[in-house]
Design a protein around this ligand. Structure first.
Ligand code: ATP
Ligand code: MG
Length: 308
């Protein structure tokens, strides 16, 4: 091993034609770490994932996955990682069990029967093993796809939006499985658009237009933004929100039910704006800034920078 990181890439770049879609991308992931990967559509998450697992050659940069070079040892890497693609790509006309057997043959895995039985049991798929994959619900399909990429006992998992469109209960169960795998020492890079999932990760990375805007623990990312959030409770909130948005001291606003949240960088200026705009009968409370607030501000600043 070059070092102890399961994934260690530095300054990866990728162009498609004249579009520079991933820019100087660096990331390190420890053994057993669940690393979230966030960013708007088209920000370069899938492209970065494909470079890290040796499926796509970067234009420049360097990196290792499980100590193996992502440029020169791509075939060895593929045998040690599991990759769950963004779009479901298993065989709908086969049952869960048949799919797993088919995959074990494709990869010439030893003792396929034992592997399939173990995986079905560990992923809680035994009761559904004889169902055709095309009739499964979204949650079961994703569980099946996870089983397929765990069959060969990989040490690193790349999961590209594994729970998109899956209901909350199935997502919760899926994440329980991810934490169990992490406890077993498997490193996981998982892309998601869901904030609640981001908060379940040990660390996260946030990509925008191919640039890594933030990286670290949830707490450190929120703290680094140094924001204050105030909650305003009452009725007629959209009118107040419109008024607040005209002030520079307001970074962003959002309404949840009967509460309006206003976030700013300078606490005193934020309070002064609220004192001016919000009528006295409204209750105002300081609350914790959320990860979503922090990302919204990061994006806003990044857009302003690219426009200036
Ligand atoms: N094979 C390709 N050829 C040309 N352009 C591509 C190719 N793959 C991706 N792109 C472009 O690169 C950019 C980044 O795409 P990518 O799929 O990595 O984003 P993403 O963050 O995964 O988005 P999403 O959240 O929608 O999955 C997009 O503008 C996309 O159109
Ligand atoms: Mg993608």
């Amino acid at each position: 091993m070059v070092n102890n990181f399961s994934i260690d890439v530095k300054n990866l770049n990728k162009h498609f034609g004249d579009q520079h879609v991933v820019k100087d991308f660096s990331l390190q992931i420890d053994r057993g770490e669940i690393h979230g990967f966030l960013g708007p559509n088209g920000s370069g998450k899938t492209t970065s994932i494909r470079m890290m697992c040796g499926l796509l050659t970067p234009d420049s940069g360097s990196g290792h996955c499980l100590g193996m070079d992502i440029f020169t040892q791509r075939d060895q890497i593929k045998r040690r990682i599991g990759y769950m693609t963004q779009h479901f790509s298993l065989w709908g006309n086969l049952t869960i069990r048949e799919n797993l057997f088919f995959i074990s043959r494709l990869y010439s895995l030893e003792q396929p029967k034992a592997l399939v039985e173990r995986t079905l049991s560990e992923l809680g798929l035994l009761s559904r093993q004889h169902q055709l994959v095309k009739v499964l619900s979204g949650g079961w399909k994703q569980r099946m796809a996870l089983a397929a990429c765990l069959l060969h006992k990989p040490s690193v998992l790349f999961l590209d939006e594994p729970t998109a469109g899956v209901d909350p209960k199935a997502r919760r169960e899926f994440w329980q499985t991810l934490h169990r795998l992490s406890d077993e020492g498997i490193s996981i890079l998982v892309s998601t658009h869901y904030m609640d999932e981001a908060e379940r990760c040990h660390k996260i990375a946030y990509l925008s237009s191919g640039n890594l805007l933030a990286r670290g623990s949830i707490q450190s990312i929120i703290q680094a933004q140094n924001l204050t959030t105030l909650k305003i409770s009452g009725s007629g909130l959209t009118v107040l929100e419109n008024r607040l948005q005209r002030f520079d001291a307001i970074e962003q606003t959002v309404i949840f039910g009967s509460s309006l949240f206003a976030t700013g960088r300078d606490e005193e200026k934020l309070k002064a704006v609220l004192a001016q705009v919000i009528p006295a009968e409204y209750e105002i409370q300081r609350v914790k800034t959320t990860l979503e607030d922090a990302f919204a501000c990061l994006m806003k600043n990044d857009n302003e920078k690219s426009l200036s």
